[in-house]
Design a protein around this ligand. Structure first.
Ligand code: EPU
Length: 361
């Protein structure tokens, strides 16, 4: 008989492999040898075998696999943070500070905090991936970026072999990017510090993003409650409905996808005007350095929305989403992505940048 009081303790780290690497595109992928970290304290990371593994540039940091294309299926050396606890470290009149370990799923954290009535993460509901991966590409949706609530990011400096705690200014957050992405290979994110509000902010609920105002209005009519009365948990549900209408289920089933496959490009005002002469209805948004054009619109304008080529294709619900319907190799998938880029370039003159990381070892 097992002792009900016994708490199963996991070792601080484990060597695994070969083992499959999950990825939301559902391409074949495995790590030949994988270091799984259940603990991210300095003493564990300084263990000689662990420190050596992390210092080796050949070791790839893997997470939830939601923003990666395994072009080649074998990763010889990998590390994954499985530590997934979170706790409140401080609180004030109208805020709480959280410390979250990198291995926790971002969506799980969104649900937990929204259910407690805390404000700040609800617009990020239903995004796949881990909390540790979120600052890498400054995950964002519906007007919120993870940078907006980030107080600090604790990292392992793989080169200097030490823990550092970076303030937001040192993370160099920008649209879909950060210092961690720019200096890939140097940092492994261990914990993220977030500050959430425990009272509704003045402009609650956020309805500026196209489609969100309508969805909140619909919620209000259905429930008979004022839009301002929507709780963070209910707002997260509204966002979930919007996302599920556009994006394949990242948890299971087919097709696989990596969410938005390309960045929304920023082009010069002249380029935007040239395109608008041909497509007056083209959506475009002024930003600091030019005009942002939705990549999904450009792909649709190139005639590719819903285009299918055997096991791969462009989603018929959202043209920015490339889909894997099963049976494709990473190389086949990558060739298809390059085909989409080429067609958009030929049709519009704009060169789209691929958002996920491509593994080509
Ligand atoms: N559009 C089309 N055809 C399509 C799809 C989109 O013309 O098939 C045009 C429409 O004009 C639409 C516009 O593109 O209004 C914008 O579409 P959407 O609101 O879906 O946003 P997005 O720019 O395509 C970005 C993020 C998403 C995020 C949403 C909401 C990027 C690369 N993607 O998509 O992030 O959820 O905004 O904030 O910035 C992800 O990164 O995986 C992701 C899903």
């Amino acid at each position: 008989m097992t002792n009900p009081d016994a708490v199963a303790t996991r070792p601080a780290f484990e060597w695994l492999g070969p083992c499959p690497l999950s990825n939301t595109l559902r391409l074949p992928a495995e790590a030949v040898r994988l270091l799984a970290l259940n603990d991210v304290s300095e003493s564990t990371l300084r263990t000689p075998d662990v420190a050596e593994w992390l210092a080796d540039p050949a070791t790839r940091v893997v997470g939830g696999g939601s923003n990666v294309v395994f072009v080649t299926p074998r990763v010889p050396q990998a590390v994954r943070i499985d530590a997934a606890d979170w706790r409140v470290t401080r609180s004030g009149d109208d805020w709480v500070d959280l410390s979250v370990e990198a291995g926790l799923g971002l969506d799980a954290l969104v649900r937990e905090t929204a259910a407690r009535g805390w404000f700040g993460l609800e617009a990020l509901a239903e995004i796949p991936g881990t909390v540790g991966a979120a600052p890498m590409q400054n995950v964002g949706a519906y007007g919120t970026e993870i940078a907006d609530v980030t107080r600090w990011v604790e990292v392992w400096d793989r080169r200097e072999r030490r823990i550092e705690c970076l303030a937001p200014a040192d993370c160099e957050f920008r649209y879909r990017g950060s210092r961690f992405k720019r200096e890939a290979g140097r940092w492994m994110i261990l914990r993220v510090g977030l500050r959430l509000a425990t009272r509704a902010p003045g402009d609650w609920p956020p309805v500026g993003y196209p489609g969100v105002g309508e969805a909140v209005g619909e919620w209000s009519r259905r429930t008979g409650r004022a839009p301002a009365a929507i709780t963070p948990g209910e707002y997260a549900e509204v966002i979930t409905t919007i996302r599920r209408a556009k994006l394949p289920d990242w948890r299971s089933g087919w097709p696989g996808s990596a969410g938005s496959f390309f960045h929304n490009p920023v082009v010069s005002v002249e380029t935007a005007e040239r395109l608008a002469r041909r497509w007056p209805e083209m959506p475009r948004f002024p930003v600091a350095d030019g005009m942002k054009i939705p990549a999904g619109w450009l792909i649709e304008a190139a005639g590719l929305k819903g285009h299918r080529d055997g096991p791969v294709g462009v989603s018929s619900r959202h043209a920015l989403v490339l889909e894997h319907h099963g049976g494709a190799s990473g190389e086949v998938f990558q060739r298809f992505a390059e085909f989409v880029r080429r067609r958009v370039r030929e049709e519009t003159g704009i060169d789209l940048a691929i958002e996920p990381e491509c593994v080509t070892l």
